[in-house]
Write a protein that binds this ligand. Structure first.
Ligand SMILES: [Zn+2]
Ligand SMILES: [Zn+2]
Length: 591
């Protein structure tokens, strides 16, 4: 079957990741976690760099080895001196020798290469941890649709301990004919246990008859606001679309305990560190457990369990009042956990055929995708964040959604940039045109691209979903640079795998995984530009000017790699191994 009918728009909680939008009202009313200590919520000036230290003070630590600074055009350094977590000297070994005293710790990078810690500017901790223990139903792990069904069946046969067969990351767009996991197929998996499988785009849940029974949903049940139970000839098909409908199942699906959730968060952060990341942006904070999510991150930091720095993007639909009363104010926190951004979600996902398009999807004349709000609501949500002092991040995938969001930013910011350093962003910005980028540049709004769209879905976009002309426009990094913007690259994890060096490679090569063909060579960028988009420019986009390069005055956040990407061919980047990451010069993760 194909999903031709767009689901109705949610009047309340709506966005890209349906299962994140859990019972927010309930969460707001119950204090699930301790309020933030006052010391953590004092706003700090994120824009000022640390004072450059006198080079006459001695280093706590000196790292010797091959050091790529990430500064365009700069030579490789041999030594880096660190004091109080900051870089106080970097250059040749003889330059740095004078910063050594008897107590200075010496670190030898050996045959590894020291590079600036990579920056992941848009990923999801909370939605990921919620479904993390669920079966991996991705096309990566399951080459054929039958493999998905077999995997689910094996789990049912093993009698699941929590009474449910739960799957995630299923993506019909990557299989021939775009097959759905229908109720009839899932009834073959089990009639005894309820089965629920999330689509990788998070916009759909697939369930069997037992799950419908537990949720109390029958053929006669009307569609809820903001959701749809797909039916054929009046009979439920098992495809459940958008948050309003998915929430009915979240109420009966077993959740993990708080300690399990915390362990799961740490595991995701270790995964980020294992690909060289030292700082990242959580891109929809508050959508699973409400504002208490920020407090959980601070608790993990207090317990010294964080292997990466995190900045958060507060869910706009929770409202400034809820965030403020939880002590989460713009720029509150510390250097490990800081609340910086405000997240607005304007449309769905192009590979889920719910990104909002100017023209219909291939093979679906009635489907142009979905917009979650009209422009007035969009302006209102952006303005609420902007006026409160947040950096605004607005999700927009389809070209029509980008039309609306660019106009909304123009309305809020005026015709010209106001000279302030907001660094507002458009997330994914997948089908933006040169005209969009020029307008964005005029008001200072930056794109962050989900570069894996080209690698993992490029073939499907070109052949089945968008057609060649629109697929060519995907993630137009070169056009964004030409308009004078400073794009970043992100994974949107767990929507796609977190692997910044693969994203950068794809920005250079634009090769599609299936067949290796290049998708629109005109949008390929230089290796240096691609590396900036996962280091210094990504750091700038998360308001972390003290990171992204290794320079005097910046934080000593670095990764130890098996090769130096600045001096190796982009085609080899995805094979580079990460040996270790450090934050403030201290080991955060090691292989
Ligand atoms: Zn998104
Ligand atoms: Zn996202």
């Amino acid at each position: 079957m194909s999903l031709t009918a767009p689901a109705p728009h949610s009047p309340s909680i709506d966005g890209c990741c349906s299962h994140e939008r859990l019972a927010i009202t309930r969460l707001l009313s119950q204090a699930a976690f301790a309020p933030l200590p006052q010391a953590l919520i004092r706003p700090m000036d994120r824009r000022s760099l640390p004072t450059q230290r006198s080079t006459r003070s001695f280093a706590d630590m000196i790292v010797f080895g091959s050091i790529a600074t990430g500064v365009p055009g700069a030579a490789t350094a041999d030594a880096m001196a660190i004091k109080d977590g900051n870089i106080i000297g970097i250059g040749s070994a003889s330059d740095i020798e004078g910063l050594k005293d008897p107590s200075t710790q010496i670190v030898d990078a050996g045959d590894g290469f020291v590079v600036p810690g990579l920056i992941e500017p848009h990923m999801h901790l909370w939605s990921t941890v919620l479904a993390d223990s669920w079966l991996n139903c991705s096309a990566l792990e399951n080459p054929t649709f039958d493999d998905v069904v077999k995997r689910l069946k094996a789990a049912a046969d093993a009698k699941p301990a929590n009474g449910w067969v739960q799957g995630q990351l299923f993506d019909p767009s990557l299989y021939p004919g775009e097959p759905e996991l229908t109720r009839d197929i899932l009834d073959q998996v089990s009639t005894e246990y309820p089965v629920g499988v999330l689509n990788a785009s998070m916009h759909y849940l697939y369930v069997n008859s037992k799950a419908f029974e537990l949720a109390g949903i029958t053929d006669e049940t009307p569609d809820p606001p903001g959701g749809k139970f797909y039916r054929e000839n009046g009979r439920l098909t098992g495809v459940v679309g958008e948050s309003g409908a998915i929430l009915k199942f979240m109420a009966v699906i077993p959740m993990r305990s708080q300690e399990e959730m915390m362990a799961g968060l740490v595991a995701i952060m270790n995964k980020a560190a294992s690909v060289g990341v030292t700082s990242m942006r959580e891109a929809l904070t508050g959508a699973v457990m409400g504002p208490g999510e920020v407090s959980v991150l601070h608790q993990l930091n207090a317990a010294k369990r964080l292997p990466v720095r995190i900045s958060t993007a507060q869910h706009a639909l929770l409202g400034n009042e809820a965030w403020a009363s939880a002590g989460v104010l713009p720029n509150s926190g510390d250097d490990m956990v800081r609340a910086v951004a405000w997240k607005v979600l304007s449309d769905g996902s192009n590979q889920g055929r719910s990104g909002y398009l100017r023209e219909h999807y291939m093979g679906q004349p009635d489907n142009r995708g979905e917009v979650n709000m009209d422009i007035d609501q969009c302006i209102k949500l952006i303005k609420a964040g902007h006026d409160a002092g947040w950096q605004v991040m607005t999700h927009a995938n389809g070209d029509a959604a980008i039309d609306m969001v660019v106009s909304a930013y123009e309305q809020v910011l005026g015709d010209q940039a106001d000279g302030k350093d907001h660094r507002h962003r458009i997330e994914h910005c997948s089908l933006a045109t040169s005209e969009h980028f020029e307008r964005m540049a005029r008001v200072g709004v930056q794109p962050s691209f989900l570069m894996n769209h080209v690698y993992y879905w490029g073939r499907a976009f070109k052949d089945h979903i968008l057609g060649t002309n629109r697929a060519d426009e995907l993630d137009s990094v070169a056009s964004a640079l030409a308009a004078g913007l400073r794009p970043s690259l992100h994974s949107d994890y767990s929507v796609s795998p977190m692997q910044p060096l693969l994203s950068a490679r794809t920005a250079v090569e634009r090769k599609m995984r299936d067949g290796g063909e290049v998708l629109n060579p005109a949008e390929c960028v230089t290796p240096e530009a691609a590396l900036k988009a996962i280091t210094v420019d990504a750091a700038w986009q998360i308001h972390a000017d003290d990171r992204g390069t290794l320079e005097v005055g910046k934080k000593a956040d670095y990764a130890l790699l098996s090769a130096n990407p600045w001096e190796s061919d982009a085609s080899t980047w995805a094979d580079i191994k990460v040996h270790e990451t450090r934050i403030d010069g201290t080991v955060a993760w090691s292989s």
